[in-house]
Design a protein around this ligand. Structure first.
Ligand code: SF4
Ligand code: SF4
Ligand code: SF4
Length: 314
């Protein structure tokens, strides 16, 4: 793929769809509750109002296309931790580590749910971060705001060793062993977003996870561009590691690259240097392709050795 704008537009659309899906799943819990309690649209309206009745009826109609609506609703759903869509399970790799560490076993559905995310990372690297993660649209927006504010204010650009996120993964797993899986709703940004959406829409309450989103947002605004994704989020680190030899990544046509140009490395949210053929941690966001003056960058299959330099580890 040659157009960075195509990547950008597609990634915005897919992430918006994920956020909408999260909202829908939060309401679906309500649908299930009403279905089990009343199984009647009129009673739903009496207890929760007209908009809920409309949602109930439309959901009922939609699920009826696939068979019994209650059965279909129960077969689908979940949240960012583990989700089932049209019967296909998807499991967050961090949740798998956490469940295995705490329970010493995993349900077969949970294991099968790992196939999709792992295959995606093996083929396309850290693509989850730019096209699926429900938190990344927020961090993407904050990085734009930061870029705008930098015209008038000074903000530092801090670096940590990228291994810090492994520490978050190990620390989170240890806390989980002592106190349970709830810690991830504070440490994983997309989990925090999912939890906040769920609590807000299903219960009308503010989840404690919201405060963790605020902390991540402040870190991104004040400490460095996409600071959370680069240094704090264990899922990003894990997916970057799994996809370090991904089949598809950013590729440079070296003869067309300009000697004194650094535009691609400057814009990269992951601080990768495509002009030095670094590919590890690339999320295929396409931003470097947009700014490249000679259009010598593209997303394509990568053959041969990868470059893991100091730049890609900091
Ligand atoms: S690093 Fe984490 S929070 Fe950032 S985009 Fe990737 S999964 Fe989402
Ligand atoms: S190298 Fe950086 S800017 Fe370019 S596609 Fe990958 S993550 Fe995006
Ligand atoms: S932006 Fe394009 S021309 Fe400039 S260094 Fe990167 S790859 Fe080379």
């Amino acid at each position: 793929m040659r157009s960075g704008y195509t990547c950008l537009i597609v990634s915005i659309i897919t992430r918006l769809m994920v956020v909408l899906l999260l909202c829908y799943l939060a309401f679906m819990t309500e649908y299930l509750n009403f279905k089990l309690a009343h199984n009647n649209a009129r009673l739903v309206e009496l207890s929760a109002g007209k908009p809920m009745r409309i949602f109930y009826e439309q959901t009922e109609k939609f699920f009826s296309m696939f068979g019994d609506p209650l059965e279909t609703a129960q077969k689908n759903g979940g949240m960012t931790w583990s989700i089932r869509i049209m019967g296909v399970p998807f499991t967050d790799p961090v949740s798998a580590i956490s469940v295995l560490a705490k329970n010493h076993r995993m349900e077969i559905g949970f294991v099968l749910g790992l196939i999709g995310p792992l295959a995606l990372a093996l083929v396309f690297g850290r693509v989850f971060c730019s096209y699926i993660c429900s938190a990344s649209l927020l961090f993407f927006s904050i990085s734009r705001l930061r870029r705008l504010l930098l015209k008038w204010f000074y903000f530092p650009e801090w670096s940590l060793n990228r291994g810090f996120a492994w520490g978050v993964l190990i620390g989170g797993t240890l806390v989980c062993l002592a106190f349970g899986h709830g810690i991830w709703s504070l440490l994983l940004p997309y989990f925090a977003v999912g939890q906040t959406v769920f609590h807000g829409l299903a219960f009308g309450t503010l989840s404690v996870s919201f405060f963790s989103i605020v902390v991540f947002s402040i870190a991104d605004l004040l400490l460095g561009k996409q600071f959370t994704c680069r240094y704090l989020c264990p899922t990003g680190r894990l997916l970057g590691w799994i996809g370090r030899r991904s089949l598809v990544s950013i590729r440079r046509e070296a003869p067309r690259c300009l000697e004194n140009c650094n535009a691609c490395a400057d814009i990269c949210p992951m601080r990768i240097k495509p002009n030095q053929d670094e590919t590890v941690d690339c999320s295929l966001c396409g931003e470097c392709m947009i700014v490249c003056p000679t259009k010598c960058l593209s997303i394509a299959p990568i053959i041969g050795k990868r470059k893991v330099t100091a730049g890609s580890l900091k």
